[in-house]
Design a protein around this ligand. Structure first.
Ligand SMILES: [Zn+2]
Length: 199
């Protein structure tokens, strides 16, 4: 039964997509999730994490107030977690390099003094003026005071120590960053550690 009316906001609800091994693959929209469910490429997990195909899912009762769409047969619950049927590879989605994503990778704290209160800036570990590139491995979140103190020097020259070596985010971090905008409690068994580290 093709969903008939699809309110925009409900269609944008985030849905966690798991592969056959229950590993998080990505966050998608309810619109894509319903389409994967409808065409049989995925199953939806209920509150007890039991998988259901579209036919079963459409027979489940829909609680009042729960995200739902109207179909010709009645209300259809919008899933929060989807289990892919055949896809078992974990894609390595490149994460866009941006100020926001560098701050997120670094936990919104200064990578030199661990400050999380002050305004953050971006520091080139090897300064731009000395050939430092704008890439994941050379950019860190840095408070204004540390950025001023460091100036056009390397951390070694300035006697400052990086808390962690800046790295290009791996796929798990991609999931973490994408999911952060709207993580749902139901995702916790699959993303638990990631969400805890991020909060
Ligand atoms: Zn600092």
């Amino acid at each position: 039964m093709e969903p008939r009316t699809l309110p925009r906001d409900v269609l944008r609800h985030p849905v966690l997509v798991l592969n056959r091994s229950y590993h998080p693959v990505r966050i998608t929209s309810a619109k894509e999730a319903l389409s994967l469910l409808f065409c049989g490429r995925a199953e939806a997990l209920d509150a007890g994490y039991e998988p259901h195909d579209f036919a079963e899912w459409s027979r489940l009762p829909v609680e009042a107030g729960a995200p739902q769409v109207r179909t010709m047969r009645g209300a259809l619950r919008v899933p929060t977690i989807l289990l892919l049927r055949e896809y078992n590879r974990i894609p390595r989605t490149p994460l866009r390099l941006s100020r926001r994503n560098v701050f997120l990778r670094d936990g919104n704290r200064c990578m030199y003094c661990d400050d999380e209160e002050g305004e953050l800036t971006i520091d080139h570990v090897l300064p731009k003026s000395r050939g430092g590139q704008s890439q994941w491995e050379n950019l860190v979140a840095c408070c204004r005071a540390c950025n001023l103190a460091k100036g056009r020097r390397t951390p070694d020259e300035a006697g400052m120590k990086l808390r962690e070596k800046p790295l290009r985010p791996t796929w798990t971090v991609v999931i973490q960053l994408d999911g952060l905008r709207d993580p749902l409690p139901a995702w916790e068994p699959f993303l638990g550690q990631l969400l805890k580290r991020a909060s």
